[in-house]
Design a protein around this ligand. Structure first.
Ligand SMILES: Nc1ncnc2c1ncn2[C@@H]1O[C@H](COP(=O)(O)OP(=O)(O)OP(=O)(O)O)[C@@H](O)[C@H]1O
Ligand SMILES: [Mg+2]
Length: 395
């Protein structure tokens, strides 16, 4: 129950009673105290927040709420109040009757008498413990998500690279080992020509050549793997696949202050792609765009799906720093990067994927206004309004 102090207790008008009811029902703790720090009123909110009833604390010192070791804070507040100044939304800790700590946001204002003299202070305390925990938990979860996202990107790239190197090393080391053996035999035979059967030497040399041819074939096959080939894929509406990739790639755009917009002129267009590969392309291009806008005054990322007839062109434009001169003409080469933590593989992977669908990836324009990367994919059909399909090639 709210108890009003001496200086407010007599002559209650209906306005006073209304005010008293508001104070009493507030969720915030509303407390008044004399200039010496003695409690003069204590509402129900204060009772809920700090555990003491009004009867227990009124007339007693406000320092009952102080956290041990932080007692000096309250006299400091009273000094500010004596100067008729206010303390606004000051975050600090207070102690509940049961000893637990409560994180509060405090607003303390001076109470003046009719002559304008400071006779006390009113204090509104809001419990922000739960809000703080929630925002800390959210921030932590977001950090973890970003970390996982980064790890995923790196694993995907390193995985591909590592897999290729492992295959290369394994496949080529076998014929090279055999080649070494045959060359060793040849060396022994040549060392003693008088007793060497020339046909044995010739056989050994031929066997060595077979191994060289085998190693060379393996390398050719690996080159073919790295070059455009016949990609697998399913007939998909391009707009859905792009939107899905964009959602993944722009997960932290709002936090980074990047405005993302998509314009689609190709709602009905069908392409034959592997969704995961297409997402990888969008992810790489969008991440590059977002990274290029770090520190830019305007941060707009625009994705356009343009119906170009036989092809659909997907453009990703940023308002970032533009391409750096030092890498002009080399951006699609693997390991070309200007970023301290970049691998320089994003664009080369994108190019490889797009070309495997007989498509093309290019930089349309670059300059101080930003950069636009565009890729074109063959249109394999169009969906009709009722969800049907017209002129799609065989899936
Ligand atoms: N939108 C862009 N704006 C400005 N520069 C870009 C943009 N996209 C790519 N670049 C430049 O091209 C380089 C190569 O890009 P790429 O995606 O291949 O590798 P990366 O982003 O440096 O590293 P990774 O993608 O492997 O983490 C980048 O380092 C950057 O200098
Ligand atoms: Mg990149």
């Amino acid at each position: 129950m709210n108890r009003l102090s001496d200086f407010a207790a007599h002559g209650l008008t209906s306005a006073d009673r209304l005010l008293s009811a508001i104070v009493s029902s507030s969720d915030d703790a509303i407390i008044s105290k004399t200039i010496d720090g003695n409690i003069t009123s204590w509402n129900d909110g204060a009772e809920r927040m700090f555990g003491y009833t009004a009867d227990e604390v009124i007339g007693g010192p406000i320092s009952i709420l102080a956290v041990p070791g932080h007692e000096a804070e309250m006299p400091g507040f009273l000094e500010v109040i004596r100067r008729r100044e206010r303390i606004d939304h000051f975050e600090t800790w207070r102690r509940h009757k049961n000893g637990t700590l409560v994180l509060v946001s405090l607003t303390v204002s001076p109470i003046l008498d009719d002559n304008g003299q400071v006779i006390g202070a009113s204090k509104v305390a809001r419990d922000i413990t739960a809000a703080r925990w929630t925002s800390q938990a959210l921030a932590k979860a977001e950090l973890q998500l970003q970390q996982q996202h980064r790890e995923l990107l790196h694993t995907a790239r390193l995985g591909e690279l590592g897999q290729m190197s492992a295959t290369l090393a394994h496949e080529v080391s076998q014929p090279l080992g055999a080649l070494l053996n045959y060359l060793g035999v040849c060396e022994i035979l040549i060392a003693d020509p008088a007793r060497t059967d020339m046909s044995v030497l010739r056989d050994a040399m031929q066997a060595a050549m077979v191994q060289v041819q085998r190693a060379s074939k393996i390398l050719q096959r690996l080159q073919a793997f790295a070059r455009p080939g016949q990609a697998m894929g399913k007939v998909e509406p391009i707009s859905g696949a792009v939107r899905e990739g964009l959602a993944l790639a722009t997960i932290d755009a709002a936090r980074l202050g990047v405005k993302v917009e998509i314009e689609c002129e190709a709602e009905d267009i069908l392409v034959k792609v592997d969704r995961v590969e297409l997402q990888q392309v969008i992810l790489n291009l969008v991440r590059n765009g977002i990274q290029s806008m770090e520190g830019a005054a305007t941060k707009n990322l625009r994705v356009l799906l343009h119906d170009a007839g036989a092809q659909v062109e997907i453009s990703i434009s940023d308002t970032g720093c533009g391409l750096s001169n030092e890498i002009t003409g080399r951006i699609f080469e693997p390991f070309v990067t200007t970023k301290p933590e970049g691998l320089g593989l994003g664009l080369s992977i994108c190019q490889k994927i797009i070309e495997s669908y007989a498509g093309r990836l290019w930089v349309k324009e670059t300059g101080p206004q930003g950069t636009t990367f565009t890729f074109g994919l063959n249109v394999v059909g169009r969906s009709t309004e009722d969800g049907g399909l017209i002129s799609a090639v065989a899936d």
